[in-house]
Design a binder for this molecule. Structure first.
Ligand code: KG4
Ligand code: ZN
Length: 343
């Protein structure tokens, strides 16, 4: 049996996993930095890269040990090279290049967004492509035409904030804990999603793009009042008002995400939808997209909960690249931004 070590340091999780050629995940170690960034309400790039430097070697050690293999059993080293925070990506890439060169095994460059979608394939344990792919996380809200595990074409993305970023920022406004997604979801359970009519930006247009900055402002005005307005100040933020606002915000974001997935299914003619990334853990998104797909006679595949937020196990996509002979040269660089593919 051949094994591959995958590293992921694109944002604020230092992660390593050992994956067998049959895609079995032998170990998956994730060292979260959430507690380091919590007080800032978002990821601070400089803190993230320094924490990766401290954690990368112990995380690799633990991944290899708990897989019960030796470094010399590895057939390749896979690493996220794009997109992400440049300093964070460089830590993983430097570790991966060193291992690849010392062990004399090939290096495989993984696109983090494609790996988020491959997580759906791992859970389904059968072919899920061709499909429409939605990657919805703290850094990205992108729709893809996934023709195969090796061919992803960007159909559209957010023009401002990512959906997860909106969850995180709105949570701060509502006095909820970081990361915002899980705390807004929890607060929503006691809330009325029709209490506030928050904007569903672009929901009715024919374009595959998103915008979440308007809804963030709309929530702020409900919390603090409209600056300079003669209206009476908004009522105090009781737990019920927080819950109603959380539920209404979540419903508005989910409605837009589901509407654009529907549009992408109709435009591409695909009958399958894959949803990955941190926000794919959201239950309302899972329920509403499942209903939408059923109505269209389509199937929806979600990344499993343990593979929604950042991890290295979804670096299993590197086996697809390995088998196609797509290796990275030792001088490969990181690509922090999202590369827009030609249409
Ligand atoms: O994929 P991920 O770990 O990091 C990026 O690559 O960005 O996603 C993290 C994001 C955060 O913004 C977090 O608030 C959001 O995913 N998130 C959720 C939920 N769980 C995590 N958003 C909505 N509902 C959830 N249950
Ligand atoms: Zn991610």
């Amino acid at each position: 049996m051949e094994y591959l070590l995958a590293l992921e340091t694109s944002c604020d999780e230092t992660a390593a996993a050992v994956i067998a050629r049959d895609r079995r995940v032998l170990s998956s170690i994730v060292a979260s930095q959430a507690e380091l960034h919590e007080r800032y309400g978002g990821v601070v790039p400089e803190i993230a890269s320094r924490a990766h430097v401290q954690r990368i070697l112990p995380v690799i050690d633990e991944a290899v040990k708990s897989a019960g293999i030796a470094l010399t059993d590895l057939a390749a080293i896979a690493v996220t090279t794009e997109p992400g925070l440049v300093g964070s990506l460089l830590v993983g890439l430097t570790a991966a290049k060193t291992l690849s060169s010392v062990l004399r095994v090939p290096l495989v460059a993984v696109n983090h967004i494609e790996a988020h979608l491959y997580a759906c394939r791992m859970a389904a344990n059968r072919e899920v492509f061709p499909a429409v792919g939605l990657v919805v996380s703290g850094g990205h809200t992108n729709l893809y035409d996934c023709r195969s595990a090796l061919e992803f074409q960007l159909l559209g993305s957010t023009i401002d904030d990512a959906a997860g970023e909106a969850f995180d920022k709105v949570a701060i406004q509502l006095g909820l804990s970081y990361p915002g997604g899980p705390s807004i979801e929890a607060a929503s359970r006691d809330g009325d999603e029709t209490a506030f009519d928050f904007p569903r930006t672009f929901i009715a247009n024919d374009r595959l793009e998103f915008s979440f900055s308007g809804i963030k402002t709309a929530v702020r005005y409900q919390v603090t009042g409209v600056p300079g307005s003669r209206q009476p100040p908004p009522p105090p933020m009781t737990p019920q008002r927080v819950a109603d606002m959380a539920a209404s915000f979540q419903a508005a974001v989910v409605d837009v995400l589901v509407a654009k997935c529907k549009l992408a299914l109709q435009k591409t003619g695909h009958r399958k939808l894959c949803i990955g990334g941190g926000v794919a853990a959201n239950r309302a998104l899972r329920e509403k997209s499942t209903r939408m797909a059923e109505d269209l006679g389509s199937e929806v595949f979600f990344a499993p909960l343990n593979l929604c937020t950042d991890n290295a196990a979804m670096g299993a996509i590197a086996w697809e690249l390995f088998e196609a002979g797509r290796f990275a040269p030792l001088d490969v660089d990181v690509t922090p931004g999202l590369v827009r593919l030609q249409r």
